[in-house]
Design a protein around this ligand. Sequence first.
Ligand SMILES: Nc1nc2c(c(=O)[nH]1)N[C@H]1C(S)=C(S)[C@@H](COP(=O)(O)O)O[C@H]1N2
Ligand SMILES: [Mo]
Length: 240
Amino acid sequence: MHPIQVPRRLLTRRQLIQLSGISGMGLLLSSCGSSLFEDIAGKTFEPLNQSVETLLLNPQKPVPEFPASAIQPDALLINTFDLTPQIDPEKFSLTIDGDVNNPLQLSMADIQKMPLTSMTIRHICVEGWAAIVQWGGIRLQDLVALVQPKANVRYVYFKSADGYYESWDIASALHPQTLMAYQKNGQPLSVDNGAPLRLASPIKLGYKQSKWVTHIMLVSNLSPAKGYWEDQGYEWFGGL
Ligand SMILES: Nc1nc2c(c(=O)[nH]1)N[C@H]1C(S)=C(S)[C@@H](COP(=O)(O)O)O[C@H]1N2
Ligand SMILES: [Mo]
């Protein structure tokens, strides 16, 4: 049951507008390219500034990356709070739902047809170690666009096969370097590092980067349960 058409390249502005299912006047005006109309649209629709569709249409600034020569292949320590789940990649499916118009279940084959992004960034664990790592995967923003989020979406929950759970603010989730990764340092992701699919992003601390993600849920409010470590006292935003 994978009746979706996955994009073969990055989504264009026009496709995003169609996908988001929200063709508000602000979007129509600002895509026509007139600065006068952009001024008007900007003022008229100011309350929508942090909304999911505005974030999708206005990509955030990327964080500078490292050259491949800077990768530290042995520095990324395995940090797993409990058991390591063994997931058959052939049977794996990622569920994306919540406040969306088009909930999806995707196989790894579906995911690997989507545009692959590579980045070399620093992973920082609050336990006192860091590692420069190359990650390959799909942009979370492409998945979010596919499910057509409703305008009230502000947070994203990630559930993992080992019982780990996390929540992120929507802006960080839609950052162009927030990936659902299936490669590490040029190789398929290992089970210990979260195979078949994990979060990777240069704008959040290590504990925000869920491994073995099976379920992504877009929501308008945070629940009392915010994250595995956060619920034991760690700071929620976990920004870098
Ligand atoms: N599902 C799951 N994700 C997780 C964790 C975990 O225990 N379970 N640990 C987190 C922490 S604290 C860090 S630092 C990184 C470590 O990633 P690594 O084991 O691939 O180095 O994974 C994060 N994601
Ligand atoms: Mo960590």
